[in-house]
Ligand binder design. Structure first.
Ligand code: KIV
Length: 277
């Protein structure tokens, strides 16, 4: 049986929570086998899978497709799907309908960006039985307003606002909160101030868990290399090298070899030769 929201909640103050993004069946299967606690179908898919400059153009149809694939690949992890830009901001009924679509696509929970201003929306989704992960600090869906990627909660006033937001999300019923690019000190204060787990990305080691974009961890995305993302592999150079070897084998006739070919029965070949002369 796969992990439940209750399992994730029980990890607070006992075990660190590991989260990784996934957008397709194969990656989902591999990360699940590696033992992560949650698979996040992030709207970062817009950048790393679809080549957009940011997450703004991502649609519900795209997120549903990615979610279906990830859900098919997991056995143990909890699947959380991101609600894309403008799929929950217009009204509570819009948010409920789209959260429902993601659950019908295989998500166990949804994530949406926003602090105190989103508390009623989160409450409405939780009330109908869909678990919600909050997302505060840097919010990629509002990069334009935030004028790019900036560390959050660097001043006392900004810190107080963020702490208040975390408390509001907890009160609204969120089961955990992503903290993106939040100063280490404030992440620690938030983690100690709420009873639900905090999942950090670029927010230091004191969060209850960590999340990374799988393309960053594997060294597959070259356009942006965030300081906070540890690259455990540099797969893009390995991939380029492998494809170059393939190309050189094809052009030199080295591939495909006998071991990659299928042969007819000798007798059938003889009959064929006779027939075609
Ligand atoms: O979309 C995403 O991948 C995310 C993570 C950065 C937390 O929201």
């Amino acid at each position: 049986m796969s992990k439940s929201v209750r399992d994730i909640l029980s990890m607070k103050n006992s075990k660190k929570i590991t989260v990784i993004t996934a957008y397709d069946y194969t990656t989902s299967q591999l990360c699940d086998k590696a033992g992560v606690d949650m698979l996040l179908v992030g709207d970062s898919a817009g950048m790393v899978m679809l080549g957009y400059d940011n997450t703004i153009p991502v649609t519900m149809d795209q997120m549903c497709l990615f979610t279906e694939a990830v859900a098919r690949g997991r056995q143990n992890a909890l699947v959380v799907a991101d609600m894309p830009f403008m799929s929950y901001q217009s009204s509570k009924s819009q948010a409920i309908e789209n959260a429902g679509r993601l659950v019908k696509s295989g998500a166990d929970a949804v994530k949406l960006e926003g602090g105190t201003e989103m508390k009623d929306t989160i409450h409405a989704i939780v009330e109908i039985g869909i678990p919600v992960m909050g997302h505060i600090g840097f919010q990629p869906q509002t990069t334009t307003v935030q004028e790019g990627y900036k560390v959050q909660a660097k001043t006392k006033d900004a810190a107080v606002r963020l702490i208040d937001s975390a408390k509001a999300l907890e009160k609204a019923g969120a089961f955990c909160i992503t903290l993106e690019m939040v100063t280490r000190e404030v992440s620690k204060i938030i983690s100690n101030s709420v009873s639900i787990p905090t999942i950090g990305i670029g927010s230091g080691p004191d969060c209850d868990g960590q999340v990374l974009v799988v393309h960053d961890l594997l060294g597959l995305y070259e356009k942006i290399k965030p300081k906070f993302a540890k690259r455990y592999l540099e797969l893009s150079s390995d991939v380029i090298q492998a494809v170059q070897s393939y190309k050189s084998d094809v052009t030199s006739g080295k591939f495909p070899g006998a071991e990659h070919s299928f042969l007819m029965e000798k007798s059938e070949l003889e009959r064929l030769k006779k027939e075609i002369g």
